[in-house]
Write a protein that binds this ligand. Structure first.
Ligand SMILES: [Ca+2]
Length: 326
């Protein structure tokens, strides 16, 4: 006979399963080659490992550190197995932290790109890249009016022709984004990237509630298959620890059409993205200087005095003419 405590236990398990929003799609399955978990040494111990390290990246038994909290570092973590399935979802457990209270940076990027292991100026990876970048930007470079706070998560799709403009925090080439205070938290911080039927959805879990919160979703995002997953981070004058703790990648259900078509040759594009704008420097010394205002006041006084004197002589002259007339 089933006891009440057994029923309670079953109901509790059911409740836990229903509320565990982080469960991925029922029709998906994890791809071991594109996932990464502790213990790491087994992952990196063989020469033909799926994952390669680039630059200053170090591995401990607890995390893979793309950069440490010191200046001018750049590191990468790259998967070397191309992604052959069109639809996928990736869950990344990461941690960004450091000694800086007000000043820290610059952030890290989750990549799905044609060319793995490159190095360059975009958070440690190459500019004018081919593919998708999910940019976890912790430092606001933008000095002019900015309509969002940092840390900020944004997406950019590039066909090799676009420049990532750090001075504008990529706002000239952004698809979409959201504010996410993921830095320096005591809770676990996770981000989910879902790409299915040309729709890109980014979700976060940073409050330790084990629940995904949508950051943004964007349709009309076209990405080819056979690109590579990777991570990179960089520090400059400012620094932070940028740690990757685990990666779980799931192949999602795709319809027959997407399975059968040749998606390898698709050129990455996202028509919904901001059209690229020319970089223009912030106007220097905008606003009126004290000297300019001083000369303007002097000029106005001279004009007023001039008008006053002119009016005085004009009136006097008329008075004189009237006197003569009478
Ligand atoms: Ca930035």
């Amino acid at each position: 006979m089933v006891s009440i405590s057994n029923i309670s236990c079953l109901l509790f398990i059911l409740f836990i399963n229903l509320t565990n929003e982080q469960d991925h799609d029922e029709n998906s399955f994890e791809i071991r080659e594109h996932s990464l978990n502790r213990p790491y040494p087994a992952v990196f111990s063989t020469a033909n490992s799926y994952w390669h390290l680039v630059g200053n990246t170090i591995v401990t038994d607890r995390y893979i550190r793309l950069t440490s909290d010191s200046q001018s570092k750049a590191g990468g973590l790259w998967n070397m197995i191309p992604v052959t399935y069109p639809d996928w979802e990736m869950h990344v457990h990461y941690k960004v932290h450091g000694s800086g209270k007000e000043l820290f940076g610059d952030g890290f990027v989750i990549w799905y790109v044609r060319d793995p292991k490159l190095t360059g100026p975009v958070f440690g990876y190459a500019d004018y890249f081919h593919g998708l970048a999910i940019i976890m930007d912790t430092y606001s470079n933008h000095n002019g009016p900015h309509n969002h706070a940092h840390p900020y998560i944004s997406a950019m799709v590039n066909n090799g022709s676009l420049h990532y403009d750090h001075d504008r925090d990529g706002t000239h080439t952004i698809i979409s984004g959201c504010e996410s205070p993921f830095r320096g938290r005591d809770t676990d911080t996770l981000v989910a990237i879902r790409y299915q039927n040309d729709r890109l959805t980014i979700s976060t879990d940073i409050e330790g509630k084990n629940v995904w919160k949508e950051c943004f979703t964007a349709s009309d995002v076209h990405l080819p298959t056979h690109y590579y997953f990777g991570f990179s981070a960089a520090t400059g004058d400012l620094s932070d620890n940028h740690d990757i703790i685990s990666v779980h990648t799931y192949q999602l259900d795709s319809d027959e059409k997407r399975h059968s078509e040749d998606r390898r040759s698709i050129i990455p594009n996202a028509p919904g993205a901001e059209p690229e704008r020319e970089h223009t420097d912030d106007p220097k010394g905008s606003g009126w200087s004290a000297l300019k205002i001083f000369f303007l006041i002097i000029f106005l006084i001279i004009v007023c005095v001039g008008v006053g004197v002119g009016a005085y002589y004009y009136m006097n002259n008329r008075q004189y003419q009237r006197t003569r007339f009478y």
